[in-house]
Design a binder for this molecule. Structure first.
Ligand code: KG4
Ligand code: ZN
Length: 336
């Protein structure tokens, strides 16, 4: 089954075509190969130091046809067997553009349609790599809007082990970048600065939560960076970046270590924009207690391949959505 996937939940307009992997055995095998993966990152938001929802919707509407056309052309596919599009979570107007366009294409071609959970897209994205993690595995989804640790038991069956009670990890990067007077998105800039800085220059807190020690919190960390920046003699920006970053990575590693101990599962997949972070990648790669599954950087940040793939895994088990499905701005992964 050849599936076109469309993503428009935030500031990336993306489309991709995936098909059965050459080694897939039978129609029920989810193993897939990416035939094309086209991502257009909106630049209008940089000047505002954050994503402006109305501008995002408009830019998606302007680019969606060209991006989708390019994905089909590069794949050499005229009409796919089905269409998948992100239905949430995300910015309501932004999601609406890709969802409505995906539905319209499916209706025009007369092929099945499925709405995809963006977080499930991230969570399953490590399965596009070789080798893929076998189920069950632990999946840490660290993005701009979400930071959640799941136990993935099977496609569509995910248990939340811990989640952030306030800011997402990517959001913390973006807010700290703003505090330091840097641009948007903050993650890549801080990543580069941190490489030049001293991670032990400032001892920022590693928050722990009493209610559920698996949960995470990043707003206290962000506040202490703000207080440090305003203090009479703050460290150099590179050192602040490095010290902030090592605190984030420490906290993430701590929660994964607990989950490995609690579940006995040592297969760990990491996905979402913050999984592109150099320090995080290095730390987890060097960690001999786990078997790490980490997509390349371009598959960590938002892309269409993860949506096409998550859609394909649902479509091959027979799921179809009516064209009446709504945008679900706060949809949790693993819930119907
Ligand atoms: O997954 P994603 O592209 O979009 C969402 O679903 O949110 O994640 C975007 C987030 C942004 O907050 C961005 O600052 C962060 O991922 N990010 C990074 C890096 N690259 C992107 N954070 C840390 N280090 C990076 N290299
Ligand atoms: Zn995302």
């Amino acid at each position: 089954m050849i599936v076109l996937g469309i993503e428009s939940s935030c500031d990336e307009t993306a489309a991709s075509v995936v098909a059965a992997h050459p080694e897939a055995r039978g129609d029920g095998d989810i193993r897939s190969v990416v035939l094309s993966d086209v991502v257009h990152t909106q630049e209008v938001h940089a000047a505002y130091l954050g994503v402006v929802p109305e501008l995002a919707s408009r830019a998606h509407a302007e680019k969606i046809v060209a991006v989708t056309r390019a994905a089909l052309d590069r794949a050499g596919v005229e009409t796919p067997d089905a269409v998948a599009a992100t239905a949430g979570p995300g910015l309501i107007g932004a999601v609406l553009v890709g969802l409505a366009f995906g539905k319209a294409l499916a209706a025009g071609w007369g092929v099945p349609f499925v709405g995809v959970n963006h977080l499930e897209g991230h969570l399953l994205s490590p399965l596009l790599e070789d080798p893929p993690p076998a189920f069950p595995f632990l999946a840490l989804v660290v993005s701009g809007g979400h930071t959640t640790l799941y136990r993935a038991d099977a496609p569509g069956r995910y248990a939340i082990l811990g989640t952030t009670v306030d800011d997402a990890a990517g959001e913390a990067y973006d807010k700290v970048a703003r505090l330091l007077g840097l641009g948007y998105p903050g993650g890549p800039v801080i990543d580069r600065m941190a490489a030049r800085g001293n991670p032990t220059a400032v001892d920022f807190p590693r928050p722990r939560l009493k209610a559920n020690p698996m949960d995470l919190s990043f707003s206290g960390l962000k506040t202490s960076v703000a207080q440090h920046v305003r203090s009479p003699s703050p460290a150099a920006p590179d050192d602040i970046a490095a010290s902030f970053q090592v605190a984030v990575v420490d906290v993430l590693q701590d929660r994964v270590a607990r989950a490995v101990a609690d579940t006995g599962i040592r297969r760990v997949a990491i996905a979402g924009g913050v999984a592109a972070n150099s320090a995080l990648r290095q730390r987890f790669a060097d960690w001999s207690d786990i078997d790490l599954y980490l997509p390349p950087r371009s598959r960590c940040t938002d892309n269409g391949a993860m949506i096409a793939f998550a859609g394909r895994t649902r479509l091959i088990t027979g799921q179809r959505d009516p064209l009446s499905i709504p945008v679900r701005p706060r949809w949790q992964a693993g819930t119907p």
